[in-house]
Write a protein that binds this ligand. Structure first.
Ligand code: ZN
Length: 419
């Protein structure tokens, strides 16, 4: 058995898509049993192309054939004229299950943290893997990470990618949005993130000039393939199934507010320590306090109605938040309300006039301005909240590839899923 890993063959400007390059390699190898894995790496990596995706293929072909076939196809299809496209190719004489622990640890780090290219090169040499790189070969990191991902993770989903006829690449896609809406309703929740109902937007159709017509994500191969087949559109050229770590929160690691590092994604507990506020452009912020530090949390404008849940938070509410730390701010992907403040401390009411009493000065108690009645203590009044306990998430149109939709389950409280 042979595993091949590739990464970074696409370009922000010129399109192409590493999944398509991988599919072409698999097709050339003519191995019906080949398995394709689409591995999303740390979304906090600065040099990433669009989705920071790498691909692994397992095949019964020998390593030499696999390697030579892949080199030819990368030379033919990768956007090598763009110096920021730095393809990497790694070929291992192995099955996914036999990949050594050092390589699977490297994978987990590539999904949650950062690597230098040299670390990948050392591991490739140590394991006698074949490799090739272009334009500097930063893609070797993702290529090796894709090979080790199977042993690094234990939760998987599926994506069925449908590719366009080559003659249509770069032209407007002809896909019936209504049919996406209807089929996604039929198959939900075994498929997710195909259509955003609030925005009336087909999330599964890319807007870039890449070869992808649509990508359907879900729980089982049958569900994603069924949906892909039922969408009305221009005549597709190919349909390919990928096993993937999308929608699994594989990028999230448990942390504390005191220990957060830039470019990493965390789940952390804290207490809201500033009232949420909205700035120009509609971005919402609040502070979350840990044991000794605070972090600014953000819900940017593209997260749409999610911002309303954030705006309904208040000081003292206890939360668990998920998100990536960028420029010292935690970009919220989801949060759980653990405890809500339900009383407010206010000046006492005058029992005679029913007016709010005023402070008589520091430690002097409170006094009614009208009749002079005095009271020494503040009172607790009920604070009715517009938010309840449980999990809240950004809508499909704002969801990151790796973020786990609430509807997939496995969360520890009431769910308020966005569909
Ligand atoms: Zn009074």
């Amino acid at each position: 058995m042979t595993i091949l890993g590739i990464d970074d063959t696409d370009s922000r400007e010129h399109g192409m898509c590493t999944t398509y390059v991988a599919f072409q390699i698999a097709q050339q190898l003519q191995d019906e049993s080949a398995k394709l894995m689409l591995i999303r790496l740390n979304p906090g990596v600065i040099h990433k192309t669009r989705g920071n995706a790498a691909i692994a293929i397992s095949t019964t072909c020998n390593t030499t054939t696999t390697f030579e076939t892949a080199v030819d196809i990368i030379n033919e299809l990768a956007e090598l004229s763009d110096p920021n496209t730095q393809p990497g190719l790694v070929v291992a004489p192995s099955t996914f299950d036999d990949v050594p622990q050092t390589v699977s640890e490297f994978s987990l780090n590539a999904i949650r943290s950062f690597h230098e290219k040299e670390t990948a090169v050392d591991l490739i040499e140590e394991n006698d893997y074949l490799s090739s790189s272009w334009n500097g070969g930063r893609g070797l990191i993702g290529a090796l990470a894709a090979i080790g991902a199977n042993n690094a993770l234990d939760e998987w989903t599926y994506e069925c990618l449908t590719y366009r006829d080559k003659n249509l690449w770069g032209t407007e896609r002809n896909v019936d949005s209504n049919s996406i809406f209807e089929v996604s309703n039929q198959l939900y929740p075994s498929v997710w993130d195909s259509f955003d109902k609030n925005e009336n937007y087909p999330v599964c159709v890319p807007r870039t000039p890449c070869p992808v017509l649509h990508g359907i994500r879900g729980e089982t191969p049958d569900a994603v393939e069924e949906m892909a087949k039922k969408i009305k559109s221009e005549t597709p050229a190919h349909r390919v199934l990928f096993i993937t770590n999308q929608g699994t929160d594989a990028h999230i690691q448990p942390g504390t507010i005191e220990s957060l590092e830039e470019g990493h994604s965390y789940s952390v507990d804290g207490v809201v320590s500033s009232k949420p506020y909205t700035i120009e452009g509609g971005h919402v912020f609040f502070k979350l306090k840990g044991t000794s530090k605070e972090i600014l949390c953000s819900a940017f404008e593209p997260t749409k109605q999610f911002r309303n849940y954030v705006r309904n938070l208040d000081c003292g509410d206890k939360l668990t938040v998920y998100g990536e730390v960028t420029h010292g701010t935690l970009k919220l992907e989801k949060f759980a309300v653990r405890n809500l403040v339900t009383t407010k401390t206010e000046n006492p009411l005058c029992p005679i006039c029913n007016d709010r009493m005023k402070s008589s000065g520091r430690s002097q108690g409170y006094r009614c301005r009208k009749c002079g009645t005095k009271n020494s203590h503040k009172i607790q009044t009920p604070y009715f909240r517009d938010i309840t306990l449980g999990w809240y998430e950004v809508p499909p149109c704002a969801r990151r590839h790796l973020a786990k939709p609430l509807i997939r389950g496995g969360f520890d409280s009431i769910l308020h899923p966005e569909i």
